[in-house]
Design a protein around this ligand. Structure first.
Ligand SMILES: Cc1cc2nc3c(=O)[nH]c(=O)nc-3n(C[C@H](O)[C@H](O)[C@H](O)COP(=O)(O)OP(=O)(O)OC[C@H]3O[C@@H](n4cnc5c(N)ncnc54)[C@H](O)[C@@H]3O)c2cc1C
Length: 461
């Protein structure tokens, strides 16, 4: 086994910890666990899941790492409301994508379980709330299910998902259901989202498309336990505003006027931060990279948790696909709450844009009126117990939900995932090249990629 392979394998030796599945194949059990022969320093910008994992992998290899985080907290788009209900409520990422994913395996290795069992859905069709199990022979229902099931097979000229729906002859009666199942879940709307980007990612991804929810533990607590040893290396309230990589060492400065120096820098900030040019790069990033960054979008995203005195949407219902301001309400307690009385409104794209600037109380009133209309008898307004509004646009260093490829951007992720001058390495969900952007697992995989890139620089063949 050559030296570089041996060093990469170190990640596999961490007991009870994350593994680099892509490197499993070349593991040699007889090898000692080699450290990277490097006495320099790597700075990681951003203490979201990508930054924490990249820092942790390097730290395990004996590299001197520091994490610079703009906000006062770690976890980024992972955040929990631990005491809102009788189970942890996720205000950011909740579903674990695919049982063949790094994130799923990490959670499983830690001994936590996933909610199991089949579930029904409620669809608003013809102004009526109908259980999917009761309308399965409706031809429009079949069209919706076929459209979602065939997304990975699309290979025509890129167009909006909305256009592709029209092209397939699917009418307005169920178009809003598809906006809940596709546009909103991908962080936007069907009329902005490019279908080719989704198709290519679905075809590329190997993690599996089933979605799982964790029982009894919130994602942040799981992250903190996994990355416990690296948390002390986070410098909070360090919003990086400039990176000069013209010299031997990379010079960084933050908004507070503090300066930092490193041999290499991993940039693991949201795409919104790069698009808005919060960070001034000197020299400027390569032109194709800047073009790539500009082509991706990240729309506003809200989660509104509504806790009721009773469950009126159905004990076995997972999602309500609606036709108003909220594309999808998720019964997040299903399989993990004894009471199962919380609906989470997942609102992205133009629906979320419409809520910007509103008071939380007004948003909650609007949603309760929406649910009253769907389920009748003022059932939501008379049964509301508590509510919580999470507006990700208000987070100053995140500013939205997650990245998506609008029409024409399908092939551009590789542009934003390139390393620059062997000194700058770009991680984060938007840079995922394995078909898993917009997810926690995608962020984790991007961390593995940048660590491999750094090993390739430090330990040439
Ligand atoms: C509402 C919502 C629902 C979601 N649902 C799911 C889901 O169900 N399943 C799923 O898998 N994923 C979901 N996601 C996506 C998932 O949360 C993200 O893909 C993932 O957490 C991104 O991790 P990251 O490390 O790439 O970025 P982030 O978590 O955004 O971390 C980036 C960090 O960089 C910091 N930063 C920004 N600018 C600077 C700067 N200049 N200097 C220093 N630090 C800076 C930020 O403060 C932040 O801590 C959801 C996200 C949202 C918002």
């Amino acid at each position: 086994m050559n030296r570089r392979k041996a060093i990469r394998n170190l990640g596999l030796a961490v007991p009870g910890s994350l593994m680099l599945p892509s490197l499993l194949a070349c593991k040699d059990e007889s090898d000692p666990t080699p450290q990277i022969p490097f006495d320099g320093k790597v700075i990681v910008i951003g203490a979201g899941v990508a930054g924490l994992y990249a820092a942790s992998l390097l730290d395990q290899r004996g590299v001197n790492v520091e994490i610079l985080e703009a906000s006062t907290v770690h976890g980024g788009r992972i955040r929990a409301a631990a005491s809102f209900a009788d189970f942890p409520i996720e205000l950011g990422a909740d579903f674990v994508q695919g049982d063949n994913s790094v994130w799923y395996q990490l959670i499983q290795n830690k001994g936590f379980s996933f909610a199991s069992g089949s579930a029904d859905e409620v669809w608003m069709i013809d102004d009526l709330a109908k259980n999917l199990s009761e309308i399965s022979d409706d031809s429009d229902v079949g069209l919706v299910q076929d459209f979602v099931g065939n997304l990975a097979n699309f290979n025509g000229t890129d167009r909006s998902v909305a256009q592709a729906i029209t092209d397939d002859g699917i009418g307005d009666r169920v178009a809003h259901i598809l906006n809940g199942k596709v546009g909103n879940r991908y962080g936007s709307d069907n009329d902005k989202l490019g279908i080719l980007g989704i198709a290519q990612e679905l075809a590329l991804s190997e993690v599996g498309q089933d979605r799982f929810t964790v029982v009894g533990k919130d994602h942040l607590a799981i992250l903190e336990s996994e990355f416990f040893s690296i948390l002390s290396k986070i410098q909070y309230e360090a919003q990086i505003t400039s990176i000069d990589y013209s010299g031997d060492l990379v010079q960084l400065s933050d908004a507070g006027g503090n300066n930092y120096e490193a041999d290499m820098v991993i940039i693991a900030v949201p795409i919104s931060v790069l698009k808005d040019e919060d960070i001034n790069f000197a020299p400027a990033l390569p032109t194709d990279m800047r073009i790539g960054i500009s082509t991706f979008s990240m729309d506003p995203g809200f989660k509104v948790a509504l806790r009721f005195n009773r469950n009126f949407w159905g004990d076995n219902v997972r999602s309500v696909f609606a036709d108003g301001i909220v594309p999808e309400y998720v019964s997040v307690g299903l399989g993990r709450s004894e009471r199962n009385k919380v609906l989470m409104a997942n609102i992205n794209g133009s629906s979320a844009t419409g809520l910007l600037g509103m008071e939380d109380a007004d948003i909650v009133s609007m949603l309760l009126a929406d649910l009253d209309r769907i389920f009748g008898n003022e059932i939501a307004t008379t049964n509301i117990f508590d509510s919580l509004v999470m507006n990700w646009s208000n987070e100053p260093f995140i500013r939205g939900a997650y990245s998506y490829a609008p029409v024409g951007a399908a092939d551009n992720r590789a542009l934003i995932a390139q390393s620059v001058s062997d000194k700058l390495f770009f991680a984060g969900e938007a840079t995922n090249l394995k078909g898993n952007s917009g997810t926690v697992n995608g962020a984790l995989e991007s961390a593995e990629r940048v660590v491999e890139e750094i090993v390739n620089v430090l330990v040439p063949e």
